[in-house]
Structure formats: C-alpha cells, structure tokens
Write a protein that binds this ligand. Structure first.
Ligand code: BTN
Length: 261
C-alpha cells in the first residue's frame, strides 16, 4: 500500500501544535535513529521526524536488533528538552500514546507492557527506544516501531503481530503517525510541566502488566511475583510470594498469567 507522508508537516503544523514538525520521509535507511542523529548534527532541531519504509539495521532496546521490513511504521522524533527529564516516564507515555492511537483509530484492544511495549493478544505490535548521545547534548531521539502492513518474519510469529493481521486489511500509515505524534507531544509537555501523575494514570489504565504474575529479568537477577504498581519515577513494583516489594528500574518482563477479565 502506498502512503504519503508529505502532507503531514502542514497537517501537524495546522493544528496549533507546540512542536515545529518537519517530516523527513525516506524509502530505506540503516536506522531512523542514526539518520535523525545525523540530520540533527546538520542543523535540524526539535520536531524533526524521520520515517522510513524499511531499515537495514533497526535497533531495539538493550542492544537488540529490530526487524523493520517494508510496510511498517518506523520513525524517530527529535526532542530537545530545556531541562533534565525523566526518560522512564517519557517512555511509558510514548507506549501509552501508541496504544491509545491503535484503540482510537482502529478499535484494537492494545495494552502496554512495562516498560514500553505495546501488545495485542499478548503479542508485540510496537516497541519504543529512547536514545541520546553525549556529543548531541540534551537531544532525545524517540524511536517508535509499529508493525502495520509489514509481514512478520516466520521466527517472530509466535511473539509479534501487525495491525494488518488484527484487522485483516492494510491501513495507511500517515494518520497513525499523526495520532501517535499528537500523543507523544501531549506526554512531553505534561512531563515538562511536571504533570507526571497524569502520564502514570494513563499508563495504569492501559496496562497489561499490573495485577499479573510476572517474571522480571534484571541485571541483578530474576524476580517473580505480582506486578502491583509503578512508582512516581516509572519503576515497576513487584511483590514476591514472601510479601517483599521489589522496585525495578530496568528489565525485561514476562507475563506469567492471563490478563484479568
Ligand atoms: C524495542 O522494543 O526493543 C524497541 C524497538 C524500537 C524500534 C524503532 S523503529 C524506529 C526506530 N529506529 C530504530 O532503529 N529503532 C526504533
């Protein structure tokens, strides 16, 4: 399906957005993160969005690679916060923005998995990667990948799903990108205005992790228990069978039980 991202800059600018969007759309690149970083070095600033139809070296969290074949929505948004921001809260908010966009545009029951995956039927439909570089100052590169019209590789089919598979038809990607950007923009300004609790409230409402038995793989070992909440800095609180509460800032979650009805 052909999509046209060229009208997006004008569309987003026309709705009195607080970010100065410039959409830079390419057919192919190594990673939209790298291309956004190099355009930033060349003088592009906050509001730059790099979107690519496919990527040869897409990056995921924790140094993993990210499969990014033709037809997915692969993009990076550049933000330059004027002060230090809590990246964990920002990334929870970006995950919520994707889940909300999928719900509002297509009625897909997407949930967020801590810290920032988006799942549908327990399979991953989207992932978020936020990066910075010492040499690039306070700039943040918000990378979002959504499986939209792309084919999921055979080896990932038990863990990943696309919008096309859920709806049984393809969808244009530009409206989805616009909706997600609007959500990220709202999150970003809430964060700058220190309305962190609003971001967390949204995330809790969309959560597919809370109230479930989970296994969390952290740098310091594996913790099993019930995910009971997130703290004000976005860490996950897991209560183990002995009643001890573990506060986890970074790790990989495995859901051990079904979502409560
Ligand atoms: C994860 O779940 O591990 C995060 C995946 C992030 C993928 C996106 S796609 C757009 C941007 N460019 C990249 O190379 N990675 C991110």
């Amino acid at each position: 399906m052909s999509d046209d991202f060229s009208g997006l800059t004008a569309y987003l600018g026309g709705r009195s957005s607080r970010l100065n969007y410039v959409i830079f759309s390419v057919e192919r690149c190594s990673s939209t993160q790298d291309l956004a970083m190099s355009l930033f070095e060349q003088g592009y600033g906050e509001g730059l969005v790099v979107v690519s139809n496919e990527m040869s070296s897409g990056r995921g969290r924790l140094g993993r690679s990210w499969s990014a074949t033709s037809g997915g929505l692969w993009f990076t948004l550049v933000l330059t916060p004027p002060k230090l921001t809590n990246l964990q809260i920002l990334s929870l908010g970006v995950g919520s923005s994707v889940a909300k966009a999928l719900r509002e545009l297509y009625g897909i029951k997407a949930v967020v998995k801590w810290p920032n995956d988006v799942l549908v039927n327990e399979k991953k439909i989207s992932g978020v990667l936020i990066e910075g570089r010492k040499s690039l100052g306070t700039a943040l590169f918000i990378g979002v990948g959504v499986n939209v019209n792309n084919e999921i590789p055979e080896e990932l089919k038990d863990r990943a799903i696309s919008v096309k598979e859920v709806l049984t038809h393809q969808v244009p990607r530009a409206p989805l990108l616009a909706k997600i950007l609007q959500g990220i923009e709202e999150t970003y300004f809430k964060l700058l205005e220190e309305k962190t609790e609003e971001i967390l409230k949204d995330w809790r409402n969309l959560s597919g992790t809370l109230e479930r038995k989970v296994k969390v793989i952290t740098e310091n070992g594996v913790i099993e228990g019930v995910a009971i909440d997130v703290t004000s800095d976005g860490s996950l609180i897991v209560e183990d069978p002995a009643g001890i509460k573990h506060v986890i800032y970074s790790g990989d979650v495995i859901h051990l039980t079904q979502l409560p009805p």
